[in-house]
Design a protein around this ligand. Structure first.
Ligand SMILES: [Zn+2]
Length: 203
């Protein structure tokens, strides 16, 4: 199993509070056709509940714009986001700008997405943006690695391998999205997960 690290770095930007962004992708899909992504969150880094809830909302809105409904449920989670404190794995120590990683390989879908909480906090502090924004963006990015084929990166949007000042600004305005193709691939992947689930129709 390989580890995909993400150098989600940025330079200087002052961003603001996340605003709910209703993307046309989401509007085009009725709730009936929006697949559900069920997530669990393990707060090993002891992030405050307030920051955690706002980070979860940040992630939820990013996926909502891709036509994916997010629910948080430990018992039925498809994937788990783990907010971890240091010490980090060697690969991450050697990639000092990485904010997270999601172990997976081409034949086996991973289920754990790690966020390096000390780095997201330092990044937020350095940029003057809310920590929940960087946390939520990073969780959204790493979970997507578990749903998308290959390395999942794109030249723009939430799956950029290294966010720019402009990306953080867009995210603060609720305007940093998955590409339409990424959104479609993730909706298809979630549908496939549901079809394989015990008791699912057609099984
Ligand atoms: Zn990445």
């Amino acid at each position: 199993m390989t580890t995909t690290g993400c150098a989600l770095a940025a330079a200087f930007l002052v961003s603001t509070t996340l605003v709910i962004g209703a993307d046309t992708q989401a509007r085009a899909l009725s709730p009936v056709h929006s697949p559900t992504l069920t997530l669990d969150l393990q707060n090993m880094a002891k992030i405050s509940v307030t920051v955690l809830e706002e980070a979860k909302l940040t992630l939820t809105l990013i996926y909502q714009a891709a036509g994916i409904h997010v629910q948080w449920n430990t018992a039925t989670a498809d994937f788990t986001a783990i907010l971890r404190p240091p010490p980090h794995p060697e690969a991450m120590r050697n990639s000092r700008f990485a904010l997270g990683y999601a172990p997976h390989n081409p034949t086996e879908r991973g289920h754990l997405a790690y966020v390096l909480a000390d780095r997201t906090e330092a990044m937020a502090r350095g940029l003057g943006v809310p920590h929940h924004l960087v946390l939520g963006m990073t969780m959204a990015h790493e979970v997507a690695h578990l749903l998308l084929p290959n390395n999942g990166h794109s030249p723009s949007g939430i799956m950029r391998d290294s966010w720019t000042q402009s990306d953080y600004k867009k995210a603060g305005l609720g305007q940093l999205f998955f590409t339409k193709e990424q959104a479609r691939l993730m909706r298809d992947a979630l549908a496939a997960v549901r079809l394989r689930a015990p008791g699912a129709p057609g099984r």
